[in-house]
Design a protein. Structure first.
Length: 185
């Protein structure tokens, strides 16, 4: 009697229960990986938006002698101000005293705060300059349109924006300026 020889070759079929279980496990693993990656992306976006600064520049005046500029952070996180640039009629000025000199007025009645490189917390404001001088007020009020103020600031995630008196922040890759253009106060 001759014995039948059986090939023990294993044949895989998608109909085998083991293959169905393995395929299901692979699909569940891929879905889990995708959900985890998407969740991490959403978490990072939320973290960035929860500390998003928004700088606005304004001016205030009253009584015909008192004038000030205001810089406020109306965002949800601190603003790391990298530089300030102030120009008068297109020419960069290094400090407020230079503006007094251009007006031909004595530097009196001025209080100032450093704005060039500072951290401005969320929902806070700073007054870069307050001037209580009637001569300055009358001269400046008619020439305020010649003053340009530009601030470059970043979030704690190094996302940076450039804003001017129009208060429309523009995203920039980084804050950089030539030292001759930098406002020093």
């Amino acid at each position: 009697m001759q014995q039948k020889r059986y090939d023990m070759a294993i044949r895989y079929s998608f109909k085998n229960p083991e293959m169905i279980i393995a395929g299901s496990a692979l699909i569940v693993s891929l879905i889990t990986a995708f959900v985890s990656i998407y969740s991490a992306f959403i978490d990072r976006a939320y973290a960035r938006s929860s500390v998003w600064p928004r700088i606005e520049i304004a001016r205030g005046h009253d009584s015909k002698s008192y004038f000030r500029y205001l810089v406020s952070n109306n965002g949800t996180g601190p603003a790391l101000i990298q530089y300030a640039r102030v120009t008068y009629n297109g020419e960069a000025i290094p400090n407020w005293q230079t503006l007094f000199a251009k007006y031909g007025i004595a530097n009196e009645g001025m209080a100032q705060s450093h704005i060039g490189t500072t951290v401005l917390p969320a929902q806070k404001q700073i007054n870069p300059v307050e001037i209580n001088n009637a001569a300055f007020y009358s001269k400046h009020y008619s020439q305020d349109h010649l003053i340009s103020i530009e601030l470059c600031y970043c979030s704690i995630y190094n996302e940076c924006w450039l804003v001017d008196r129009e208060n429309q922040p523009q995203p920039v890759a980084q804050c950089s300026i030539d030292d001759s253009q930098r406002f020093l106060q």
